[in-house]
Design a protein around this ligand. Structure first.
Ligand SMILES: [Zn+2]
Length: 364
């Protein structure tokens, strides 16, 4: 079995570093396409302008049409070809940055990813989620390479809604538990091998950093006041969780999330919120000790993370819906089958019921 580790070529994180943007990307070229939307532009437009000021380098803003589709990527590839750009910069949420990755993958241009919230661990990975024009999931596409630069302006992240930050903790928190399961089963990561020692150490560190800092970091976001705990948690949400999941693999936590989104429509919870409940379902399936269970749910409660389906806005959960989610999780995603034991719809059905029963969720 081949052991692998993939990560972005360069990662920068700090307060206001967007104001010096070009310093971090000058090795790429002198003319860039900046893919973003009007809302993000209103928040960080001045910073980007400042980041290029007096450098001699230029950029053209390309407004994102709203959905991360293959057609949208092709449209932008054409614009970057006509514009003779040296690189593409994706600034914003997951759909914008995934589209920027796809544009880079098709065109061969270097890509710079600038997340404006720490809501998921997607920024660092060589994965791009593609949807159709109706917003329905099409494929999670593997890119030829990880981003050339990931740049995280912690002042911008701190200004994003608290809910996005908490969801990001939920997404990153799953990393260690899924990594541990994949390591036990020998399941393949997203890189065609199994994680190196460094890969697993990153997943362990992610867990440790979140345990020690995330609750304090939440208070910092609430008060909009920078703290070291916030800085460490942002790194866990974006880098440790991202490099951690890509190199160790996902398991039930993300697999059940895929099942939920396939069955529950419309689904209002954020990715990281649903993955957080997915982690509890995984722990129930693993039949962890009461001590470990309480330890995790205590952390969730302090963090304000969802502990049952009601917290995800899913009401009227009954046995039929639970079975549909369990069935979908076993068919739409390979993730649930990366566990060190056989995962069947019946096993997930029991695990979902366990989470609901233990955490005060109802089953109608
Ligand atoms: Zn995730």
């Amino acid at each position: 079995m081949v052991e692998t580790l993939a990560a972005p070529a360069k990662y920068y994180q700090g307060p206001d570093i967007l104001r010096e943007l070009y310093t971090y990307i000058e090795h790429i070229g002198e003319k860039f396409a900046v893919l973003t939307d009007n809302i993000v532009l209103e928040i960080v437009g001045d910073r980007i302008r400042e980041g290029f000021e007096g450098t001699g380098a230029t950029y053209d803003v390309v407004l994102f049409a709203g959905e991360s589709t293959r057609e949208e990527a092709d449209r932008i590839v054409e614009l970057t070809t006509r514009g003779h750009h040296d690189g593409i910069i994706g600034i914003g949420g997951g759909k914008v940055t995934d589209t920027a990755k796809l544009v880079a993958d098709i065109s061969g241009l270097p890509v710079v990813i600038i997340p404006t919230a720490a809501a998921t661990d997607a920024a660092c990975s060589a994965m791009s989620v593609v949807y159709d024009e109706n917003g329905t999931f099409v494929v999670s596409k593997k890119m030829k390479k990880n981003p050339d630069v990931v740049l995280v302006d912690t002042a911008v992240i701190m200004g994003a809604p608290l809910r996005t930050f908490i969801a990001g903790v939920g997404d990153a928190f799953a990393c260690y538990y899924e990594a541990k399961a994949c390591r036990k089963s020998g399941a393949m990561n997203y890189n065609g091998g199994v994680g190196t020692q460094a890969a697993f150490a990153i997943a362990e560190l992610c867990n440790k950093v979140l345990r020690e800092n995330a609750v304090c970091a939440k208070a910092a976001v609430e008060k909009k006041q920078w703290s070291e705990a916030l800085d460490k948690t942002i790194e866990a949400n974006i880098y440790l969780g991202g490099v951690g999941f890509e190199n160790n693999g996902c398991a039930i936590a993300h697999g059940v999330y895929n099942g939920m989104t396939a069955v529950i429509k419309p689904f209002h919870a954020m990715h990281g919120e649903a993955v957080a409940v997915g982690t509890l379902i995984q722990l129930a399936a693993e039949k962890v000790s009461t001590e470990e269970w309480n330890d995790v749910t205590d952390f969730y409660k302090q963090m304000g993370l969802p502990v049952c389906f009601e917290d995800l806005g899913v009401k009227n959960l009954d046995d039929e819906l639970i079975m549909k989610i369990a069935d979908a999780a076993c068919t739409v995603s390979p993730n649930v089958h990366k566990m060190p034991f056989d995962v069947t719809p019946a096993l997930l059905f029991d695990a979902i019921r366990t989470v609901q029963e233990r955490n005060g969720g109802s089953i109608s």
